[in-house]
Design a protein around this ligand. Structure first.
Ligand SMILES: [Zn+2]
Length: 104
């Protein structure tokens, strides 16, 4: 018999947010920050944003960059609503134990 461990995390459980490079370097910031991703990794200098030849028209229109900031803003808004106690529910994320430990 196998057992499956899952983690349920709510926005109140999130301590910091950040961007992590493929090299492992991270930039973290407190919730409430509305920081878009940098142009390149501060450690290995790998470009973080699509390059012109990668044909990401949405990125160059600004849609994708603003999506990161919109998400951070939405997290702040939803957390505030949850803290006010005006909702009959909370937003949760469910993770498999394997997916959590693989990225630790
Ligand atoms: Zn890096």
């Amino acid at each position: 018999m196998t057992s499956e461990h899952r983690f349920i995390v709510g926005l109140q459980d999130v301590k910091t947010l950040g961007y992590q490079c493929k090299c492992g370097a991270k930039i973290v910031f407190p919730i409430g920050s509305e920081i878009g991703p940098s142009d390149a990794c501060h450690s290995c200098r790998t470009p973080w944003k699509p390059q012109q030849n990668q044909q990401s028209a949405a990125w160059f229109r600004g849609d994708e960059t603003s999506s990161f900031v919109s998400l951070l803003r939405a997290i702040t808004t939803i957390r505030a609503l949850e803290k006010e106690g005006v909702l009959g529910f909370r937003l949760v994320f469910e993770f498999d134990q394997d997916s959590v430990s693989d990225r630790a």
